[in-house]
Design a protein around this ligand. Structure first.
Ligand code: URP
Ligand code: ZN
Ligand code: ZN
Length: 487
């Protein structure tokens, strides 16, 4: 019997905290040895000379086989989505079990868990709460959180899912009682509805007006408001898909005064702008997502806030809708205004290459920061560290071996998702995953896919300190216990 199942030899191991030349020894799906030179027998030896050996990516925001918020049918299955993720260097995804208004939460989680059994890599769920009734917050959410679903998502917009401020507070309360993080899609719903009516009423329904309908201040207002609500209950939150300088600045200000607010952005906000929404409805629909793509100045500001640490996490917000399908982007018809086109872009497979190329290769961030924002920080924030997000003894052998020299022109043909386009068609990047290992199993090997539906395991998350409340309320009154405690 071999000492190791796999030895990865001669690579440069990059963690969020350090870089070292080291061999990595894997047994039974875990990393069991790290040394300058490993001796011992191995069933398989991988030569990683000249390559970086990094923790597999963690994509903590992806919509996979989920009922849509904006109409149409999600194009991806759990099998295709996680296969595509693995080919792009990602080894864990966190997707959404979505509550529809008028329904419960538990039944949705159970149905979603059945679908997720087809996953090719490990996974966890956030719970989308759209209707926080007494039964949901008092009876359904507590045991679900306690069973390991330690994150909830709230939408401040989209008629189908949105919750108002009081409902947000109700969810914050149960999250604080039971130790869950709450993630927010923050945009001002009423402002968007008003602007949509005005723009479409004026005959301005082309996709370019999607960006006019929801300018940066619509996001900034909601970000600011939800931070204040979180402060009221001392509930840790993460703001999803920060797209503009204004929101990032509000988040930074809150962080500076001690609020536990975390932030993510996505590759689309680094490389797309509102100009990409111009052209025909079909062209514009390819990049139509919410928040809307912004400006080059916003892109630079987002990088700056990544460097500063305001934004800790870059996810795909993979939201796949086909262009050429009656139930895809154009589910409401071919010539509808922007407001009836499904929102979202696919990006599970291109996330890490775009961040590497635009970040590391362009000199905006270093290798360690790349690992932090694509893997380690998400592992910590969502309670799966150090099992995930690090190359260290005892961690799962979720590893991407990175070819930093490889130049790739992104095309739809080369990708492994089930969506019929990529918004990054023709984009040139430098750096691509050469190999991906999921718990020691080689699932992507120099262009060959060897994924197995059902290989992925559900990650139940125990309570963890990273998202502990600060213990400070704005007044001596603790609204969670209903007592005066602060004097
Ligand atoms: O445009 C987007 N982001 N669509 C996906 C749904 C969501 O989370 O906003
Ligand atoms: Zn969102
Ligand atoms: Zn999303």
């Amino acid at each position: 019997m071999s000492d190791f199942d796999v030895i990865i030899k001669g690579g440069v191991v990059v963690n969020a905290a350090d870089i070292q030349q080291a061999d990595v020894g894997i047994k039974d799906g875990r990393i069991i040895a790290l040394a300058e030179r490993l001796s011992g027998s191995a069933t398989r030896t991988i030569d990683a000379g000249g390559r970086y050996v990094m923790p597999g990516g963690i994509d903590s925001h992806c919509h996979i086989e989920q009922p849509s918020s904006t109409g149409g049918q999600n194009a991806e299955s759990w099998e295709s989505g996680t296969r595509s993720a693995a080919c792009g260097g990602t080894t864990t995804v966190i997707a959404f079990s979505s509550q529809e208004k008028g329904e419960g939460v538990r039944s949705q989680v159970e149905a979603y868990a059945e679908k997720a059994k087809k996953a090719c890599i490990d996974y966890a769920f956030h719970i989308i709460v759209s209707d926080p009734t007494d039964a949901v917050v008092n009876d359904e959410l507590p045991p679900l959180i306690d069973s390991g679903l330690r994150s909830i998502k709230l939408f401040m917009t989209y008629p189908k899912n949105r919750v108002d401020d009081r409902e947000i507070l109700r969810v914050f309360e149960v999250a604080r009682r039971h130790q869950a993080l709450v993630c927010i899609h923050a945009e001002n719903h009423d402002a968007i509805m008003y602007m949509t009516e005005k723009l479409v009423g004026a005959g301005l329904g082309q996709t370019k007006y999607h960006a006019w309908c929801k300018p940066a201040l619509v996001e900034r207002e909601a970000v600011t408001r939800v931070i204040m609500l979180a402060e009221l209950l001392d509930q840790p939150i993460q703001i999803f898909h920060v797209s503009c300088e204004e929101s990032a600045e509000e988040i930074r200000r809150a962080q500076a005064r001690g609020v536990k607010v975390f932030a993510e952005t996505c590759p689309q906000y680094f490389v797309l702008t509102a100009d990409d929404l111009e052209g025909s409805q079909r062209e514009g629909a390819r990049v139509l997502c919410s928040p809307a793509p912004r400006s080059v100045a916003d892109q630079q500001a987002l990088w700056n806030h990544v460097r500063l640490g305001t934004i800790g996490n870059v996810t795909s917000d993979h939201a796949p809708y086909n262009i050429d399908a009656p139930d895809g982007k154009f589910w409401a018809g071919d010539n509808v205004p922007f407001s009836q086109i499904a929102n979202g872009v696919p990006g599970l497979e291109t996330r890490m290459p775009i961040v590497f190329s635009e970040g590391v290769v362009q000199g905006r961030i270093d290798l360690q920061k790349f690992v932090a924002i694509t893997s380690t920080n998400a592992a910590k924030l969502f309670g799966i560290h150090p099992q995930k997000g690090t190359i260290s003894i005892g961690a799962d052998a979720d590893i991407v071996i990175w070819d930093a020299e490889r130049r790739v022109t992104i095309t739809q043909e080369m990708l492994h998702h089930d969506t019929d386009y990529t918004p990054y068609e023709g984009m040139e990047v430098t750096g691509w995953p050469a190999m991906t290992l999921s718990r020691g199993r080689l699932v992507w090997d120099e262009g060959t896919v060897d994924c197995e539906a059902g290989w992925g395991r559900f990650l139940a998350r125990a309570p963890y300190d990273y998202i502990k409340p600060t213990g400070h309320f704005p007044t001596p009154f603790n609204p969670i216990t209903g007592r005066i405690e602060g004097r």
